[in-house]
Design a protein around this ligand. Structure first.
Ligand code: HH2
Length: 262
């Protein structure tokens, strides 16, 4: 899954693709590099970020999604917690909703996703982006995240979202310390065992910087190691800023370990 943030302030690519022409060009690049899915976002959710109103998110993402849909038949995901944004994005040609609140933020989101023929990513987050990194606390982060994802997925199914349209995500960096992120990445097989495809988004995140001391621009190597380990552990979708590098790294890992999908 290649990321295109149509935002002025995302933690890595903020401002680079805020202009629709630049965003569509980036989407084309990621498609050429081998992305299977594109994730388009109009709101940064980096630690400390403030919410962006739905109409502003729509203004940012809809023209970009329309243009990508005109040139590419593949899955387009919209990264939002607001039903109005998801509805506008789906009408413009998106077919996945990536909701970092796991359908909790907006009561209209669940009925919308159930009614329309789209996939949904349910992500775990403790708190909200504005405050989530202040003092994240768990008794047992793996048990709590896994229990939460299992509950949300079952709730989604009982509300009419077919099982084969549900994807779960531990939410790396969303209300987690370095140690919480590491424990979750080590526990991917336990999430896989819940029976839904697992998405992992570790690309250039701050836990890599905490280990290496590197700023976001110098976290590619750490991101590739995290991607390889996640796929080896059974994750099906890797959300990344660097599609070509990730594809190349995964193809070498696949050659070394035949069971890894290329
Ligand atoms: N991470 C980010 C945003 N959306 N969605 C899912 N499902 N999983 C993630 O790990 C995830 C996500 C944060 O990365 P990015 O979009 O690059 O940054 P920002 O939120 O600053 O736009």
């Amino acid at each position: 899954m290649g990321v295109v943030n149509v935002t002025p302030d995302s933690f890595f690519d903020g401002g680079r693709f805020a202009d629709p022409v630049a965003a569509v060009a980036q989407a084309r690049r990621l498609i050429d590099e081998g992305a299977d899915i594109l994730d388009i976002g109009g709101e940064s959710t980096r630690p400390g970020s403030e919410p962006v109103f739905a109409d502003e998110q729509i203004r940012r993402v809809v023209p970009v999604i329309e243009q990508i849909r005109a040139l590419w038949p593949g899955p387009i995901s919209v990264d939002t917690t607001r039903a109005a944004v998801a509805a506008a994005a789906l009408a413009a040609g998106a077919n996945w909703v990536n909701d970092i609140s796991a359908l909790r933020d907006d009561p209209e989101m669940l009925p919308l996703v159930a009614r329309l023929d789209c996939a949904v990513v349910l992500m775990h987050m403790q708190g909200t982006p504005r405050t989530m990194q202040v003092d994240p606390t768990y008794h047992d982060v793996v048990a709590e995240v896994s229990g939460f994802l299992s509950d949300r997925a079952r709730m989604a199914e009982s509300s009419g979202i077919p099982r084969d349209r549900i994807i779960i995500d531990p939410g790396i960096g969303f209300g987690k310390t370095l140690e919480h992120n590491l424990q979750l990445l080590r526990a991917i097989p336990r999430l896989v065992a819940l029976g839904y495809p697992v998405l992992v988004g570790a690309s250039r995140k701050s836990f890599i910087g905490r280990i290496t001391g590197a700023p976001p621009e110098e976290r590619l190597e750490g991101s590739l190691v995290a991607a390889i380990r996640a796929v080896e552990a059974g994750a099906k979708i890797i959300r990344v800023h660097d599609v070509a590098s990730t594809r190349r790294a995964l193809s070498v890992a696949a050659a070394l370990t035949p069971k890894i999908p290329a």
